[in-house]
Ligand binder design. Structure first.
Ligand code: CO8
Length: 259
């Protein structure tokens, strides 16, 4: 049995990150956050990896939140804990890799915020989504108020945060929080298949698409379209674009270098 708190492996251009603290429903204690921080720093230097899949160990929970006991014990250190957590999730959100969350159960509080920092969310039928912080007299602090409103709309976000109610997988899919729902048994295979499909595309273009969307969504349309053009210009002159177009006419699979 692997006893590491975060299990990491790579295969076919995809990195797999498993939060491995099943006995506490994979709650994010500081050492796990620290490891995520290190891994996403290292991944920036790793040209072999195009996509990353994050999941939780076991069959019950993706991540049931920040570690409530640590929050309690942190006392005056709570603001520092939140600031650090927000920085780590921003690093994941702005990673040059395409990041998928394979949500295998509870995604609550900081766990949902981790999923929101990912680019794509795939959930098993038993997944449950919530930001129950107000029930603890707290509020989401790892980006939840902003990211959920942007993704699922202000109404759904306020409803979830004010009531603390959880959404099921199908409801989460209906409000755009989740892109695909599948069986728990098939979840990793599904996520892995999507990640590999993405990883087979031009890495240079994938990075530019992610930058264009992440930067553009915060801007007015005219400025955002300029961002798209800026990124397009880089992609148009990339080696990957030449390789992709040549392979298309040669009726072969392209060999991309990410340049
Ligand atoms: N932190 C620490 N331990 C946890 C957490 C958590 N978030 N969630 C579950 N656990 C532990 C339980 O204490 C329990 O441990 P033990 O066996 O030692 O008693 C074990 O996991 C199993 O949990 P349950 O027995 O409760 O399992 P149930 O199936 O009965 O219930 C629930 C599952 C509904 C998920 C329930 O565990 C629960 O409500 N958990 C808390 C969920 C929650 O409130 N999450 C939000 C936390 S706050 C947050 O994430 C804020 C982010 C902002 C950062 C702020 C930093 C300062």
């Amino acid at each position: 049995m692997n006893t590491e708190e975060v299990i990491f492996r790579k295969e076919d251009g995809v990195a797999y990150v498993t939060i491995n603290r099943e006995e506490a429903l994979n709650a994010l204690k500081s050492s796990i956050m620290q490891r995520l921080d290190e891994l996403f720093t290292e991944l920036e230097q790793d040209d072999e990896v195009v996509a990353v899949v994050i999941t939780g160990a076991g069959q019950k929970s993706f991540v049931a939140g920040a570690d409530v006991k640590e929050i309690l014990d942190a006392g005056e250190g709570r603001t520092a804990l939140i600031t650090k957590g927000q920085q780590i999730f921003s690093k994941i959100r702005n990673s040059s890799k395409v990041v998928l969350a394979a949500i295998n159960g509870y995604a609550l509080g900081g766990g949902l915020e981790l999923a929101l920092a990912c680019d794509i969310r795939i959930a098993s039928e038993n997944a449950r989504f919530g930001l129950p912080e107000a029930k603890l007299g707290l509020m989401p602090g790892y980006g939840g108020t902003q990211m959920l409103s942007r993704l699922a709309g202000i109404g759904a976000a306020k409803w979830m945060m004010f009531t603390g109610n959880m959404l099921g997988a199908v409801e989460a899919e209906q409000c755009g929080l989740v892109q695909k729902v599948c069986s728990l048994e098939g979840l990793l295979e599904e996520a892995s298949g999507i990640a590999k499909k993405i990883a087979a595309n031009g890495p240079f273009a994938l990075k530019a698409i992610k930058r264009a969307i992440n930067r553009g969504i915060e801007l007015d349309l005219d400025t955002a379209l300029k961002v798209e053009l800026e990124e397009y210009e880089k992609v148009a002159h990339s080696q990957d674009a030449i390789a992709g177009i040549e392979a298309f006419f040669a009726k072969k699979s392209p060999v991309f270098t990410g340049k």
